[in-house]
Write a protein that binds this ligand. Sequence first.
Ligand code: GLA
Length: 360
Amino acid sequence: MKITSAVALATLLALACAGRKPVQQNKGLKDYYRSYFKMGVAVGPADLSGPTAEFILRHYNSITPENAMKMGPIHPEENRYFWRDADSIVNFAQRNGIGVRGHNLCWHEQTPGWMFKGPDGKQVSKELLLQRLKDHIFSVAGRYKGKIYAWDVVNEVIDDDSTRLLRNSLWYQICGEDFIPKAFEYAREADPGAKLFYNDYNTERPEKMERLYKLMKKLVDAKVPVDGVGLQAHWSVYEPSESELRSVIKKMASLGLEVQITELDMSVYPWEKERRQKRPGESDVLTPELEQKQVEQYARVFKIFRENKDKITNVTFWNISDRYTWLDTYPVPGRKNYPLLFDTDLQPKKAYWEVVNFKK
Ligand code: GLA
């Protein structure tokens, strides 16, 4: 027997004696899902060194800049771009041979004020706004050309009011709906190799699903260069139902669109849109009951993802672990949430084991 196999055998025996199952060293989410889809996570530049960087590389083969590529942070003034953070994320991915999902090129939030102001200080004209959108997309998608495999080109243009299709944002007020196809056309021209996505939330709710279908069908029929739909998947232990989730995936695929799960987290509280204060005595403890609900909900949705591996090409989590999640501040500032697969010490939760120990 060679020395190395003797050592391996001794290690296995020691583990068996200690009553632990031998777990393949360093196996991460991406390895369990290698034959299904890419596994991703939203990151900031501070995550890319030390143990967090190792953790990211162990579990994920795709990263999304949580904020660094949004219009406000990356293009704060008309003639000034701030590339440092986005560059460091793209360079990290390149160095380590993992992919980047770009996020995002056109949104109604985190957009700099100057974008909508004309040279005379009044509201910008449609013509100039579209020219600015083009310049922005050419600069950002152009800079990272060939290094980003999918872009969220347009984010969240469907209205929260279910009687309206499009959100009454400044983009819409100034351009009508034209900014949507234009954004996709500019992005295709700037980086022809990137897959282009429309990205939105609550897409499994029947009334929003209908409007999403309407919008996507319109774009597809008009031959707008859109390749897929991003289902943000800011979900909770209470929704979506299995049939809602299956139905949106099927509907989007029926239009010939790829599906990516772009911002997955599983809040332990019911969804609320409006911000509010924490109520006196409101609990924010992860009780065993809530954790069990979360385990079951993660198991349900991942089973559906796996069954749809021919349609789903990426599953990205929105943040790394329960140590930091945007849901600690939204919609109730100071109410701790526990929406991810890793706890506040970066240790796998029960839901993690449920997600990776699957038979089919
Ligand atoms: C939306 C955006 C994301 C992020 C989340 C909240 O889903 O697409 O970029 O801002 O809201 O963190």
